[in-house]
Design a protein around this ligand. Sequence first.
Ligand code: ZN
Length: 169
Amino acid sequence: MPRRRPSALRAQRALPRPVYAGAEHCRSDRPPGPWPARIDRLSSRTTAAIHREECRRPYDEGLWPGATLTALETCRHFLALPGRWLYLRRDYCACEHCDLRNDIAVARDLLQLVVSRLPPRPRRELEAVLAALDGQLWRRTVPDPFARRQPHRRGAWWHQRLYDLDHLL
Ligand SMILES: [Zn+2]
């Protein structure tokens, strides 16, 4: 479920981006790197199907070359953090590239979008990878009973886990 309408995204891109402390890592102005032969644990055939979908549509529809790889990396990095419990994070920089790298709910939304666009065989393969990630995500995050009071968090279950707000203070 896209959190922002394409027109809002276009307007956002047209404006100079405000500079926040901690925003130096923003990489949205860099071109995408070379396309990998394989993404994560996916076959080259599924990787190719994902690449086709990423390149097929206008940028505003929520996918761009390399976005799936980035989203999977975000999930792996998050789940590799130490500790029994993990708390979701948002970023200082509100651009969609930083969101995708830092907010696992955004990354998981993007992966769901990819699933919905793939043909059956590559879809099943990606779904199997996501099922394993979801299992870990479910076990290591904490339900947020008040999440549904916020309209933008009424989507999939991964929007209703507790965020770590301390790092924003
Ligand atoms: Zn950014």
